[in-house]
Structures are given as structure tokens and as C-alpha cells.
Design a protein around this ligand. Structure first.
Ligand code: NAG
Ligand code: NAG
Length: 247
């Protein structure tokens, strides 16, 4: 009893020492959004691996506390080039990337959480993900919806070994809570745990992720991995209560 009280007294200061890296007030105003995020992809560029071209006009604070990205069907856009291939651009949409890079330190970890309203219809590809600043992987898809009625959680253990978990996703019109914890396992590799609506879904591992800086991206890509054609009406993707802390 005495030992456990002593242990708790010693551990308590460390438990309280979690740092907030992005506060849950981040989407209160456009000014707070722009304090923590830039528009488009954080490595530069307005297109990536799907049929949307990103711009600032399709990202808004729809109401205080809620980020909303709208994908709008368009014609006449020049194609994107990705991996040596041309991709038809059929949408204008939005992406934001965190200004800071996130690094899992030896012996530590990071927690990313938020509440998401995302579509699961064909041709819509909303995502909440981490990817390597230098080289690739790391990549952790903390949540992505690939137009199949499901939500997917993926970790690239290595560039050739992907761990993935697809889960049935009901009521896409409402907000769902996502949490992802990435923690150092052995000074080199990380353990990645995923929660959906407070229920732990799966655990993956990332090889050699510790100490490597990561980009955080929230984007509404279209078509690509989610199939085509996508919708001709507007698609929205909303996020609130985003929070990033250390473990
Ligand atoms: C992934 O990486 C970890 C850490 O290196 C390793 O233990 C595990 O076997 C790897 N493979 C899979 C499929 O998770
Ligand atoms: C679709 O979204 C665009 C960009 O936000 C907006 O200008 C347009 O009015 C929207 N259209 C409809 C029908 O809501």
C-alpha cells in the first residue's frame, strides 16, 4: 500500500506533464486555424493522388469550433501529375497541414483526437493522417473513408508492409470520435492504437518511426482510391474538437 501510494505520488507529476501541441480551440476562428495550419498540402502543392485541386476558398470555419471543407464538382481544370501519371481534376476542395511537425520521442508518444463528420460515398475520400516529412514511410492514416461505406485505419510498417483495419461505419451524417495514439516501443519502433467512438479498434506497429518528423494533414480528396465518378453535388467534411497532445 505504502509503495503504491509512493509510486503514485512520484508518477503523478509526469502524468500531468502532457503538453498540448494543438489546442481544441484551434477551429474557433479563421485566425486560430491559421495560427496552427497552412492551406493545401504541407509539403507544397495543391494536388496529390486524387481528383481534387485544393484551395483556401474551400476551407472554412462554418461555425465557431468547426472546420468544414467543401468539395465542389468543376470542369475545365488542368490535370494533376502524381507518380508520373496524369489524374483528371474534377473537383475543387481543401486540405490543411499543421505548421508544426510531430515527432515521437524515445520513451514518449503523441495523441491525436477529434470529432469528424465524413462521407463514405463513392468518389469521396476524406482523411486525417500523418506522413513523413523526410522520405517515406512513416505514414499513419488515423482515419480515412474511401467511398466504400467503411472507415479505414492504416499504418505502413515499412514501405512494403501495410497493416490495415476496415470497419463498418454507420450514420456518416453525424460526428464520430477518432483517437490515435502513437508511442515509442523500444527506442526505434512505434505502437499505433486507434479508437472509434471511444472503443479501441486495432493496434499496429511502425518500424523505425521514433524520432522521425511527421506532417499532420486533414483533407477532402476526391475520386482516386475512393472510386469514380464521384458526386456532382457538393460534399462536406467537418472536424471539431481537434486536439494533439504528448502522452
Ligand atoms: C512491424 O514492425 C514491428 C516493429 O519493428 C514488428 O515487430 C512487426 O513484426 C512488423 N510487422 C507487422 C505486420 O506489424
Ligand atoms: C458548393 O460549394 C461552393 C464552394 O463552397 C459554393 O460556392 C456553392 O454555393 C455550393 N453550392 C451549393 C449548391 O451549395
Amino acid at each position: 500500500m505504502r509503495t503504491s501510494l509512493l509510486a503514485r505520488a512520484l508518477l503523478l507529476p509526469f502524468c500531468l506533464a502532457a503538453d498540448t501541441l494543438i489546442p481544441s480551440t484551434v477551429f474557433d476562428t479563421t485566425a486560430t486555424l491559421e495560427q496552427y495550419f497552412t492551406y493545401n498540402y504541407p509539403w507544397g502543392g495543391d494536388t496529390h493522388n486524387g481528383g481534387a485541386r485544393m484551395d483556401k476558398a474551400h476551407v472554412s470555419i462554418a461555425s465557431a469550433g468547426t472546420l468544414t471543407i467543401t468539395a465542389q464538382h468543376v470542369t475545365g481544370q488542368p490535370p494533376a501529375t502524381h507518380g508520373g501519371n496524369q489524374i483528371a481534376i474534377n473537383y475543387l476542395s481543401g486540405a490543411i497541414g499543421a505548421k508544426q511537425h510531430f515527432t515521437v520521442p524515445k520513451g514518449g508518444g503523441l495523441i491525436f483526437s477529434g470529432s469528424f463528420q465524413a462521407t463514405t460515398t463513392k468518389g469521396t475520400w476524406p482523411a486525417f493522417w500523418l506522413t513523413a516529412v523526410n522520405g517515406w514511410p512513416p505514414e499513419v492514416d488515423m482515419a480515412e473513408w474511401k467511398g466504400s461505406g467503411k472507415i479505414s485505419f492504416n499504418t505502413f510498417n515499412t514501405s512494403s508492409v501495410l497493416s490495415w483495419k476496415d470497419v463498418a461505419y454507420s450514420n456518416p451524417g453525424t460526428f464520430h470520435d477518432i483517437k490515435c495514439q502513437v508511442r515509442d516501443l523500444n527506442g526505434q519502433d512505434v505502437q499505433v492504437k486507434y479508437w472509434l467512438n471511444g472503443v479501441e479498434v486495432t493496434t499496429h506497429y511502425g518500424k523505425d518511426y521514433t524520432g522521425k518528423p511527421l506532417y499532420l494533414i486533414i483533407n477532402l480528396q476526391m475520386e482516386g482510391s475512393s472510386g469514380s465518378p464521384g458526386p456532382t453535388t457538393n460534399t462536406t467534411y467537418s472536424v471539431k474538437n481537434l486536439l494533439v497532445t504528448t502522452l
